[in-house]
Design a protein around this ligand. Structure first.
Ligand SMILES: NC(=O)c1ccc[n+]([C@@H]2O[C@H](COP(=O)([O-])OP(=O)(O)OC[C@H]3O[C@@H](n4cnc5c(N)ncnc54)[C@H](OP(=O)(O)O)[C@@H]3O)[C@@H](O)[C@H]2O)c1
Length: 293
C-alpha cells in the first residue's frame, strides 16, 4: 500500500494532468466546500456527465463513474478511472442492468450526492427495451426513478432536466408510447417533465434530502450537436455546485436551476397531485415502490 505522502503526490500529479488534458474545462470554483464528498454521476463517459466528473475530481472529490458497458468504460475512462472512487457498469435502458448499477453503487458505499445525468434524445422510433418499454422513457425517467429508489439514500440528488420539459403535459396518457404515433421531440419533453416532477416529489417526500433539477442549456455535446449555442462549461457547473457546495444558496430543495439561477419550472411539475399520480405510474411500470419518507 502506498504511503500518504506518495498518495497525495500522485493525486497532485493527477489533478495537474487533468487540468492539462481537460483544457476545455476552465478552472471554476465550486463554491465553499468544507470536505471531500463522494458523488455518483450517471452517463459520465461523455458530454456534461464527463465534464462534471472532471471538475469534481479536479477539486479533490471522490467520483464514482458510470458507463453502459465494460468496453465503453475502457475507452472513455483510461484517464479518469485510476483516480476514481469506482466505476459502475450497466445499460440504463435495461431495468435488470439498472438494478445491477444500484447494487454496484451500494457496494461502494453511501454517496453524498448523485447526479442523474445520463439521457437520450433523438430516437427515430419508440424502440423496445428488454422489459418492453419505450427507450427514451426507460433511460430518461424509469432509470433515474429506479436508482433513486434502490441506491442507499444520498443527502443530495440532482436530476438533469431540460427546458423542453415545458412541452410535456400532465395527462400521463400512454406514457409508454404503446398507442400513439412516435414523436421523438414530444417523447423527450414528456420524459424530462416526468424526471422534473420526480425530483420535486422527492423534495416533498424526503425532507432531509436536497433534490433539485438543472436545465443545462442547449450545449454542444454528442446530444446537443456541434452548433448548439449555449456555453458547454456552464452546462455542468450548476450540477457540480449543487452536489458539493456548502453555500446556503446551494442547500435548497425542490428548485429548478439554470446557470446557478433559479427558474420557474412547468406548473405540472410542481403539482403534488400530478407528482403522486406519476410516482404511482412509475411504480407500476418498474415494480419498485418508492419509500414514502
Ligand atoms: N446537450 C444538450 O444540449 C442538453 C440540453 C438539455 C438537457 N440535456 C441533458 O443533459 C444530460 C446529458 O446530456 P449530454 O448533452 O451530455 O449528452 P451526451 O453527450 O449524449 O452524453 C450522454 C451520456 O449518457 C450516457 N447514456 C446514454 N444512454 C445510456 C444508456 N442506455 N446506458 C448508460 N449510459 C447511457 C452516454 O453514454 P455513451 O457515451 O456510451 O453514449 C453519455 O455518457 C441528458 O440528461 C440530457 O437530456 C442536454
Amino acid at each position: 500500500m502506498r504511503d500518504l505522502t506518495s498518495q497525495s503526490q500522485s493525486r497532485r500529479q493527477f489533478v495537474r494532468g487533468l487540468t492539462l488534458a481537460a483544457g476545455a474545462w476552465p478552472f471554476v470554483s465550486l463554491g465553499k466546500t468544507s470536505s471531500v464528498r463522494r458523488i455518483f454521476i450517471t452517463g459520465s463517459t461523455d458530454g456534461l456527465g464527463r465534464g462534471a466528473a472532471v471538475t469534481l475530481m479536479r477539486e479533490g472529490h471522490q467520483v464514482v463513474l458510470h458507463a453502459r458497458s465494460k468496453e465503453r468504460a475502457a475507452a472513455a475512462f483510461a484517464d479518469l478511472a485510476p483516480n476514481a472512487a469506482g466505476v459502475v457498469i450497466g445499460d440504463l435502458a435495461s431495468a435488470a442492468q439498472t438494478r445491477a448499477i444500484a447494487d454496484q453503487v451500494n457496494k461502494i458505499g453511501r454517496m453524498d450526492a448523485i447526479i442523474h445525468n445520463a439521457g437520450i434524445f433523438r430516437e427515430s422510433n419508440r424502440g423496445t427495451t428488454p422489459e418492453g418499454h419505450a427507450k427514451v422513457l426507460a433511460v430518461n425517467t424509469l432509470a433515474p426513478y429506479m436508482l433513486t429508489a434502490l441506491i442507499d439514500r444520498s443527502a443530495r440528488l440532482i436530476y438533469v432536466g431540460s427546458s423542453m420539459h415545458h412541452g410535456g403535459d400532465d395527462s400521463l396518457r400512454d406514457i409508454d408510447w404503446l398507442e400513439r404515433r412516435w414523436d421523438t421531440s414530444r417523447a423527450y419533453s414528456e420524459s424530462k417533465l416526468y424526471v422534473t416532477a420526480l425530483a420535486f416529489a422527492i423534495a416533498r417526500r424526503w425532507p432531509k434530502v436536497l433534490s433539485n433539477v438543472v436545465d443545462p442549456g442547449w450545449v454542444p455535446t454528442k446530444m446537443g450537436g456541434p452548433s448548439a449555442p449555449d456555453d458547454l462549461e456552464e452546462g455542468h457547473l450548476t450540477q457540480t455546485w449543487l452536489a458539493v457546495s456548502d453555500e446556503a444558496a446551494a442547500k435548497v430543495s425542490g428548485r429548478y436551476w439554470h446557470h446557478r439561477q433559479q427558474q420557474k419550472p412547468a406548473a405540472e411539475a410542481l403539482d403534488s397531485d400530478f407528482q403522486d399520480r406519476l410516482i404511482a405510474k412509475l411504480a407500476e411500470l418498474t415494480g419498485i415502490v418508492l419509500a414514502s419518507g
